[in-house]
Design a protein around this ligand. Structure first.
Ligand code: SF4
Length: 162
């Protein structure tokens, strides 16, 4: 897996102060995407043990609410396996931190994906510029959902994260 950035004390990509991993690789091609530099799965830098420990060091801090995986698309075929392993490890090591994930795939396409067992909030769907709405919280366009993953799996339909 490759990545473009790790941002710290981030307030724009989920609840509280977060560490955010911006991975490389996205095949959705949304018009007016704000991060087209992240589309190339061969772009950015290799994600190694060093970067993993950089994330863990942030998660050790009591004021950090959790981690957000963004990109690019963390569920692009080149990323999903490693992101799933990473999310599982974080869930085990930091059970009180929240895990958010932004993906261009829709909730209905992710049924049965192992990653859903480890994340708290999933923001799903492509960015649709015609549906852009700056009043929306945590999402760019109205087609996207900010999903409470555990509750949605329990209920069998999308339950929004408040
Ligand atoms: S899913 Fe996100 S990163 Fe990928 S093209 Fe769409 S807006 Fe850009």
């Amino acid at each position: 897996m490759r990545y473009h950035n790790i941002t710290k004390d981030d307030m724009l990509n989920g609840d509280g102060l977060r560490v955010v991993l911006w991975v490389a690789g996205c095949s959705h091609g949304c018009p007016e995407c704000q991060n087209p530099v992240t589309w190339d799965p061969n772009g950015g830098l290799p994600f190694t043990e060093k970067e993993k420990h950089e994330l863990f060091d942030e998660l050790e801090k009591p004021y950090i609410a959790g981690i957000t995986f963004s990109g690019g698309d963390p569920l692009h075929e080149v990323n999903e396996v490693e992101i799933t392993e990473l999310a599982k490890e974080i869930r085990d090591r930091f059970p009180h931190k929240t895990i958010w994930l932004y993906t261009g795939y829709e909730w209905s396409a992710l049924t049965g994906h192992e990653i859903l067992n480890y994340i708290d909030v999933l923001v799903d769907g492509r960015y649709e510029k015609e549906l852009r709405d700056t009043r929306l919280h945590w999402r760019g366009s109205a087609n996207q959902h900010v999903i409470d993953v555990k509750e949605s799996l329990r209920q069998g339909y999308i339950v929004s994260h408040i």
